[in-house]
Ligand binder design. Sequence first.
Ligand code: PGA
Length: 247
Amino acid sequence: MRKLIVGNWKMNGSLLSNADLLRALRTGLPAEPAADVAVCVPFPYLAQVQGACAGGPIAWGAQDVSAHEAGAYTGEVSASMLRDFGCRYVIVGHSERRQYHGETDDVVARKAQRALAAGITPIVCVGETQAQRDQGDTEFIVKRQLAAVIHVVGHCVSEIVVAYEPVWAIGTGRTATPEQAQAVHAVLRAQLRAAVPNERRVRILYGGSMNAGNAAALLAQPDIDGGLIGGASLKADEFLRIIAAAD
Ligand code: PGA
C-alpha cells in the first residue's frame, strides 16, 4: 500500500511563514514523491494552501469539521465548505480536540460521517493516555474509539484513514517504539478486517513525535501505513526527510 504522510500544523503559521514552508516543500519534493503527501492547516489558510499547492503533489486538508450539516452553529465550519476549498482530508478526533473541547466518540464519529458525505477523507485519530496505558487499557480504548466510527459510518469505513496517536507521545519527544506502535496497529487492522471486506484500503498512520530520525523504523512496520506529523511538519527539511523515509 502506498504510504501517506500528513503534516498537522496545529495552531501554527502565518501567511508569510506558510508561503516559505510550502515553497520549500514544493521545491524539495521529487516530481513523484515516495508517498502521498498532505498538510492539514488552520481554516484561515485553506485558500492560501489551495493556491500554493494547486497542480502539485501536496494535498491539503483541515484539522476539524462540524458534526452538523449547516445552520445556526456559530464558529463552526461545515464539510461542504471544506469541499469548496478542495480539501482532500480532514483530521477528526485529534486528542487535543477530545481533551480540550470535550469531543466524545460519538461526536467524532458524526464528524467523520459528515466528511465522508462531502467526499472528504476523514483522518480519524485514536490513542490512549499514559494512565490508560499504565492500566493496561490501551487496546480497549483504541478499539472503543474506532468502534464508534465503524458503528456510525458502516461499510464506508473502508474510505477513512486511521491515525494511532498515543497521547503520551504527542509533542513530548517520547515516540512509541516501532514494536509498541505495530502492536496497536495490528489490533486496529484486525478490527477493521472484522468490520469490512476491503479493509486493506484503509491506511493506519502513526503519530506522536515522529521525526526524520525515527520515521524509517516506524514506517517499516507491516501495519504502519504512514505518519501524522505535528512539530516536525513545520520544518521543511525535516518533513521532506520523513517523506523520503516512506520509500
Ligand atoms: P507531534 O504531533 O508530531 O508534534 O507529536 C502529532 C500530532 O499531534 O498529530
